[in-house]
Design a protein. Structure first.
Length: 185
C-alpha cells in the first residue's frame, strides 16, 4: 500500500514557525521508527509537503535538501526508506497547482509510482489541507493529533470534509500500530 505523509507536524516537530535548517528539524518521538516499520511491512512511503518558506525567502532548496537528507538518514538507520518526496516551494500567493489543498503534489507522487490513481492509498496529515488533498485524489484521509492536528480535529468536528471518512490517531506511531495490526483497516 502507498502511504503518503505530510512532513511538518506529522514526522517532525512543528509549532507554527518555519523550520529553516537541518539543525532546526527535530523528529517527533517515535515518528522515524514508525516510517521504518511501515516500510519494513512492505508499504511504499511518499512525503507531500508544502514548503512556502522557500517562496518567502526564509530558506533555499539546499537547506530543504539538507533537512530531507537528515530525515532519510534517520529512517535508513532504523532499517526503512522513503521512496519519494514531493514538495511545493511556492509562496501561497503564487497560485501554483501543487500547494495543498490542491492536488499537484499528489499527482507528482502518482506519476512517480506510475499509478493510474491513488485509490487505496492513505494520506496522513495534521491539517485540513492535507486531508482535503488526499480525499480529492481518492486517498483515505488520516489525521494525527501532533503538530496542528488537535486544532484541525476541533475544526473538523464543526465543519467535516464532505464525503470523507477521516480516521484520527494521536500520532504517526499510533497510526502505524493500528495499520500493522489491521485494526480498522
Amino acid at each position: 500500500m502507498l502511504i503518503i505523509l505530510d512532513r511538518d507536524g506529522v514526522i517532525n516537530e512543528y509549532d507554527g514557525n518555519y523550520i529553516c535548517s537541518a539543525d532546526e528539524w527535530h523528529p517527533i518521538p517515535g515518528s522515524v521508527e514508525a516510517v521504518a516499520r511501515l516500510c519494513n511491512a512492505g508499504h511504499r512511503i511518499a512525503i507531500a509537503t508544502n514548503q512556502s518558506g522557500i517562496g518567502r525567502g526564509y530558506y533555499d532548496t539546499d537547506a530543504l535538501d539538507a533537512m530531507h537528507e537528515k530525515l532519510e538518514r534517520l529512517v535508513e538507520a532504523e532499517g526503512g526508506c522513503i521512496d519519494f518526496i514531493a514538495y511545493c516551494p511556492h509562496h501561497p500567493d503564487d497560485q501554483c497547482r501543487c500547494r495543498k489543498p490542491l492536488t499537484g503534489l499528489l499527482e507528482q507522487i502518482r506519476q512517480h509510482f506510475r499509478l493510474t490513481s491513488l485509490e487505496g492509498a492513505i494520506m496522513v496529515g495534521d491539517s485540513r489541507k492535507d486531508l482535503e488533498a488526499g480525499h480529492a485524489e481518492g486517498c483515505h484521509p488520516v489525521l494525527v493529533r501532533t503538530g496542528n492536528g488537535e486544532e484541525t480535529e476541533r475544526h473538523l468536528d464543526a465543519r467535516p470534509i464532505p464525503g470523507a471518512d477521516v480516521s484520527i490517531y494521536d500520532n504517526l506511531s499510533k497510526f502505524t500500530d493500528a495499520l500493522l495490526s489491521a485494526e480498522g483497516w
